[in-house]
Design a binder for this molecule. Structure first.
Ligand code: SF4
Ligand code: SF4
Length: 285
């Protein structure tokens, strides 16, 4: 079963929920799809090895063949090519590798060029029952996170429980991450700011038709606006993690709190079992 952990914005405790949940399960996988800043391993502290590179195809202009007709730049909806009267420029960071400019060029003046945009890494060390960790890492200066996320997801083992740490926000990388997951836990804080971003995240889950529930982190630190919203919208509050100095201290030391507060392992296991019973696929044992 694939369970994604998402939030409308960063800093809500999404990664700590993903790590603590994965550590509470037997033989799980943990996929860090927050490829601009993969943080799960800050808590797991594993040795990681690169297992594959992620590449993209971008256009390379053969300027000696170019007549500056502008067909390519007019075609490119991402503004990744600019044609001036005597000059043509490409902006690889904006390119979505659609290949369209190469197709519309009447002069054969554009050829494919392969560039590396990120890598996928896998943990080489493993606790006895700890999760197998995969992470995607977008190269500095690259903006196309989705292909890297798609590559991380290729390593999902359908016979195991997979916890997926999604990127923050609600843009394309989040959609790529949430595509095909069985359930989404939306992590939020009990504040008006948290509620604002939560509403956006709920909208995404609804559009993608993904069953979802809410986990309130730092419960007790704000107001009851999130709980009121969940009650009004009929969204299940799955768990509340209290504002707790011990949890905060462990977090600041990079220690997953289930490792020192064993009772939470049981709570996360129950959370997983409850989700699996209701939303797991029948073929999974
Ligand atoms: S490959 Fe597509 S996105 Fe990239 S520059 Fe060409 S038209 Fe634009
Ligand atoms: S379509 Fe081809 S010929 Fe026209 S401006 Fe672009 S690269 Fe040059």
């Amino acid at each position: 079963m694939k369970i994604a952990i998402a939030s409308g914005k960063g800093g809500t405790g999404k990664t700590t929920v993903a790590v603590n949940l994965a550590l509470s399960l037997q033989n799980a996988q943990l996929m860090d799809c927050d490829v601009e800043e993969p943080n799960c391993n800050l808590f797991l502290k594993r040795e990681m090895e690169p297992i594959t590179e992620v590449t993209s195809i971008i256009p390379e202009i053969l300027e000696e063949n170019c007549t500056y007709c502008k067909k390519c730049s007019e075609f490119c909806r991402f503004n990744a090519i600019a044609t001036l009267p005597n000059k043509i420029m490409t902006f690889p960071a904006l390119c979505h590798s659609c290949g369209g400019c190469m197709m519309v060029c009447p002069e054969g003046a554009i050829q494919e060029c392969e560039i590396v945009t990120g890598i996928i890494r896998k943990s080489t060390t493993k606790d006895q029952n700890g999760p197998e960790l995969y992470e995607g890492l977008l190269d500095i200066g690259q903006t196309m996170a989705s292909p890297v996320i798609g590559e991380v997801k290729k390593y999902i083992d359908p016979t195991r429980t997979t916890i997926i740490d999604a990127p923050p926000g609600t843009a394309c990388p989040v959609l790529t991450t949430l595509e095909d997951v069985d359930y989404c836990i939306l992590v939020t804080e009990p504040t008006p700011f948290g509620l604002h971003d939560l509403k956006l995240a709920v909208e995404v889950a609804r559009i993608l038709k993904i069953p979802h529930g809410i986990l309130i982190n730092r419960s007790g630190s704000g107001d009851d606006s999130v709980e009121k919203y969940c009650a009004d919208e009929g969204i299940e509050v799955l768990m509340k993690i209290p504002q707790d100095t011990r949890i905060a201290r462990l977090y600041s030391e990079g220690i997953p709190f289930v490792e020192e507060m064993e009772e939470w392992k049981e709570k996360f296991m129950q959370l997983h079992n409850s989700i699996k019973d209701r939303y797991g696929k029948r073929e999974e044992a």
